[in-house]
Design a protein. Structure first.
Length: 253
């Protein structure tokens, strides 16, 4: 059970929330008493997740293509209509699963462009669409989800790693530009995390790479969602422009 973090009644958008970590973010915010708008390019998936999570609290579903300006603006309008505004934005939508690992010389240009359109432009678009609602609320919190691979330089994944590095850079700029409006912008950079998809692709997911972890285990979903709840909450009220790496200390081995 999520402890009281002062999130009860907060209005939250989570993108890429039809499944995986996005769904887990949405569920934990619901458990914390927040209203949550589950957004995903998979409209049916978003609706199903919202229906499932309504058992935990107040939850709505909506479709969004974060690479499309009008779609992001429409999602912001939906948030205003259903929740009355926005206090917290979790930018989780990204292209990752399904990307082929290739040396950087061999990445197809159209794949590169698609990754950048979703993983970089999508973050910018969502922040731009939601920022008026955050200002109207008197401030709020944006958590942009990046990746610990930015710091390890994961080979054969240059398009993904580069896009997540850009998310960190953009977040530092937005933190300075929006700080005067009491809008905090931080980055959550998870390492390898044990999700259902992990076990689908890696036979020994639980033991994968644990020798490089200071804690000698891989992250559970709750390790990542707990960090997001902290960054979004008033407990991190004087934290902005920061990147929280949640990888069990792999970067220091």
């Amino acid at each position: 059970m999520v402890k009281d973090l002062g999130l009860a009644g907060k209005r939250v958008i989570v993108t890429g929330a039809a499944g995986g970590l996005g769904r887990a973010f949405a569920q934990d915010f619901c458990d914390a008493g927040a209203q949550v708008l589950v957004a995903d390019i998979n409209a049916d998936g978003a609706a199903k997740t919202a229906a499932d999570l309504s058992k935990h609290g107040t939850c709505f579903g909506a479709a969004v293509d974060v690479s499309n300006t009008e779609s992001c603006r429409a999602l912001a309008d939906t948030a205003k209509q259903t929740m009355g505004g926005v206090d917290i934005l979790i930018n989780n939508a990204a292209l990752y699963a399904g990307l082929e690992r290739r040396n950087f010389e061999d990445i197809d240009e159209d794949v590169w462009d698609k990754v950048m359109a979703v993983n970089i432009k999508g973050v910018w678009q969502m922040c731009r669409a939601v920022s008026p609602l955050l200002r109207a609320a008197g401030g709020g919190s944006i958590v942009n989800v990046a990746s610990a691979t930015v710091f390890s330089g994961s080979p054969q994944w240059m398009h993904y790693v580069a896009s997540k590095g850009a998310v960190i850079a953009m977040s530092r700029v937005m933190a300075k530009e929006m700080g005067g409006d009491q809008i905090r912008v931080n980055v959550l950079a998870p390492g390898f995390t044990l999700t259902d998809a992990s076990f689908d692709h890696i036979a020994d997911a639980r033991g994968y790479g644990v020798d490089r972890s200071s804690l000698k285990r891989n992250a559970e979903v709750g390790d990542i969602t707990g960090a997001a709840l902290y960054l979004a909450s008033d407990l991190a009220g004087f934290v902005t422009g920061q990147t929280l790496i949640v990888d069990g200390g792999k970067q220091f081995i």
